[in-house]
Design a protein around this ligand. Structure first.
Ligand SMILES: C[S@@+](CC[C@H](N)C(=O)[O-])C[C@H]1O[C@@H](n2cnc3c(N)ncnc32)[C@H](O)[C@@H]1O
Length: 260
């Protein structure tokens, strides 16, 4: 398990990029245009849910940090009158996103570029965003504190950070399970070039940076692993946890907090 406060991870941003450059076709086949493992069966329901969770108002400017092929950005812009800047490590995703944005007729409100979210504060040194969102992308960060400090700086006063991601289930009260879970987490992290943290340490980092938490919650939709399983089948990469069902090893959580 990773402590989100600590800097070191065994994976590298370059490794994450290579992974997504290679695996994006399999992601599209398995997940469709929204690359999220914590989700309801219907992509439309997920997009409705995200648009609501983000608490958006007309005219807002949003940063989608780790935006994939722009599936969420396009879906949210179709539901709310907002402008969205997306960034993704993988050039192949940025190229596909441009095509999808043009097809959706959203070039005036959605734009996606290739970039590393560890450099948000260099790309956006002024506070210009009303929302910064990380949709199952922050788990790939080499250093959470650097990335989230950049998000804080890029947000306007009164703006908000929204993180939807996976965290290790806290099994400290069940030491035998915790030991088996450690093996499953190590396999997951290696397979997906990420490092799943414990939730408490992530909460600690956002609090330390000055964010004020509005909510930390389990997503309020009925989850399915169908799309994730399809991806693993297509990609021929199987996590297959042995300490429990996927939901007993990691849990999807949403966190919404204000810049005050
Ligand atoms: C599981 S996918 C989720 C994509 C998207 N948020 C969605 O919901 O469809 C993870 C995304 O994080 C991006 N990512 C990972 N590390 C990143 C980094 N350092 N900078 C920018 N994007 C990153 C990947 O390129 C990929 O698009």
């Amino acid at each position: 398990m990773r402590d989100a406060r600590g800097g070191h991870t065994p994976h590298t941003t370059q490794g994450v990029r290579s992974y997504y450059e290679a695996m994006t076709p399999a992601y599209l086949e398995g997940f469709g245009p929204v690359f999220q493992g914590s989700r309801p069966d219907s992509t439309e329901e997920l997009l409705d849910y995200l648009a609501d969770a983000l608490d958006l108002e007309p005219g807002m400017r949003v940063l989608d940090a780790g935006c994939g092929v722009g599936g969420p950005a396009i879906g949210i812009a179709q539901r709310r009158d907002v402008r969205i800047d997306g960034m993704t490590l993988a050039q192949v995703q940025a190229d596909l996103a441009q095509i999808r944005i043009a097809e959706a007729g959203l070039t005036n409100r959605v734009r996606v570029t290739q970039g590393d979210f560890a450099t948000i504060s260099e790309l956006y040194p002024e506070p210009v965003f009303d929302r910064v969102m990380f949709l199952e992308s922050l788990c790939h960060a080499e250093d959470y504190r650097i990335v989230l400090a950049g998000a804080y700086r890029a947000l306007k006063q009164g703006g908000a950070l929204y993180i939807k991601d996976f965290y290790a289930v806290d099994h400290r009260s069940r030491p035998a399970v915790q030991q088996a879970q450690a093996g499953d987490l190590a396999k997951l992290n290696a397979l997906y070039h990420m490092q799943v943290p414990d939730l408490a340490s992530l909460v600690d980092v956002v609090g330390e940076l000055g964010f004020l938490i509005k909510f930390v919650r389990m997503p309020e939709f009925e989850s399915t692993y169908r799309h994730w399983a399809k991806y693993e089948h297509v990609a021929q990469r199987s996590w297959n946890p042995t300490s429990g069902q996927p939901g007993e090893v990691i849990q999807g959580i949403e966190l919404f907090c204000w810049k005050v």
